[in-house]
Design a binder for this molecule. Structure first.
Ligand code: FE
Length: 241
């Protein structure tokens, strides 16, 4: 979909919504068309302090959430973290903005990790995967602040809703630790297919998840179908340290 706003239409309602960022636009009930643009919003980046003060841009600080027990600090730098794990293909488009300027941050290290379709994390002794590193990786953001990953739609484990862990480092400092979520209706659809369908009756949906309840709606990916899978996009506003 190519509806990148032009300079002439910068004040039109649609482009204003695009510039608000995914979370705010979703909160405003923006249509699907506008939402699909959000993954590319950094492409259009007419941003910066002037745009902020003019009210054209409003960055949203990504909610901080616990890293949980499964973080490892030895993730590989790689785009494809699948390692042959079966599941519905998922591309993650994660954009990092400086929340004080709304400008993309280039060279941020974005670290993601999540469980497989069976709810198992790599790198854990209790799950017998301590030597494995599937579904974990790091990418550097490009000039548009964008980090891309190829993975699979995560599974679930008891007590948690579906999520991807994320950590963002800038100049060696952790500037954001969070979790990314999925619309329950989409998860229901995905989980009707194999291999997810082997584990029916997931225990916890978004609204019942104690971590999601603390800002999770603002950390929910915008998803669109792509081939046999999905593309999940979100913009994370971070504060440099
Ligand atoms: Fe987790």
């Amino acid at each position: 979909m190519d509806e990148t706003p032009t300079r002439d239409s910068a004040l039109s309602r649609r482009s204003a919504l695009v510039r608000l960022g995914g979370l705010a636009a979703a909160a405003l009930g923006a249509g699907a068309g506008a939402r699909e643009l959000l993954g590319d919003e950094a492409d259009a980046a007419e941003s910066g302090p002037a745009a902020v003060s003019a009210g054209l841009v409003s960055c949203v600080l990504a909610p901080e959430q616990t890293e949980g027990p499964y973080y490892l600090d030895d993730h590989k730098v790689r785009r494809d973290i699948t390692e042959g794990k079966r599941g519905v293909p998922l591309t993650l488009r994660l954009t990092v903005l400086d929340v004080s300027t709304c400008k993309p941050i280039k060279g941020a290290a974005v670290d993601v990790w999540h469980c497989d379709a069976g709810g198992v994390y790599s790198g854990t002794t209790v799950q017998g995967t301590s030597a494995k590193r599937f579904l974990r990786g790091i990418q550097r953001t490009n000039a548009k602040g964008l980090a891309l990953f190829r993975t699979i739609y995560p599974g679930w484990y008891p007590g948690r809703t579906v999520h991807v862990h994320v950590m963002v480092h800038v100049s060696g400092n952790v500037v954001h630790t969070g979790q990314l979520y999925f619309p329950d209706a989409l998860t229901d659809r995905v989980y009707r297919t194999r291999p997810y369908s082997r584990r029916p009756r997931r225990t916890t949906r978004n609204a019942a998840d104690s971590i999601y309840r603390n800002g999770g709606r603002r950390s929910t990916l915008t998803l669109r179908k792509s081939g046999s899978g999905y593309v999940g996009s979100i913009t994370m506003g971070v504060q440099r340290r």
